[in-house]
Design a protein around this ligand. Sequence first.
Ligand code: ZN
Ligand code: ZN
Length: 255
Amino acid sequence: MTVPSKNFDTLARITYSFERASWTLLDLVFPPRCQSCRQPGERLCARCRAEIEYLKEPVCSHCGYPHPAPTTDDSCDQCRRISFGNVRIRSMAFHSESLRNAIHSLKYRRNPALGETLADLMSQRWLADFPADAMLIPVPLGMERKQARGFNQAEILARGLGARWRRPLVVDGLSRGRETRSQVGLNAQDRKSNVAGAFVASAKVKGHSVILIDDVCTTGATLSACAEALLQSGATHVWAYTLARARHDADILTP
Ligand SMILES: [Zn+2]
Ligand SMILES: [Zn+2]
């Protein structure tokens, strides 16, 4: 069994520090613009940060969706309507306004420095809920999408979190066994069938707890399919942490 390094690998850490220093220098020469409102100065300005709707306790202990009072799996409306499977989910904030704009920019314009800013915000929340020995694994993109885009935004976030939390990052912990169509526009049931059995987990996960990292959780179908693959390969527990959480409105939940 391959045991991953206890912490973020040394070479990766040096490369990462070098990249961060380069971005800081570049920012002095070319001041960045806010990726939500386009004001010059910061990648996400103070006003747009203040608009982020952070998820706060109490949340469901299983699916992580906010509730007016502390809840168990049995009493959570979201868990009753959607099966989240064997993954416990936490998300930083609702997928709205400035955060939605920033995620769009992270996905479609190559902007790893914005990923840094967002990973920094993510790192300040929910850590106490996750197992102390868990490895971080980004949700993989399909090969076609990764080739077209050139990078995986989940990997950028996972790298930033790994460095801040000092947790091992296993980029190849999961891969797509088959291509899937985009989940956009699909309802909860179709999302589940679209990604069922689509992921393959590496033997590296055997005997370890895992925190899956992704940009957005909509109905949890992708996270749940990833968790199944990880558990089949011997992972002990699977958690997920996403930057944003879609509000569960009727459009997504209608079968
Ligand atoms: Zn702004
Ligand atoms: Zn729930």
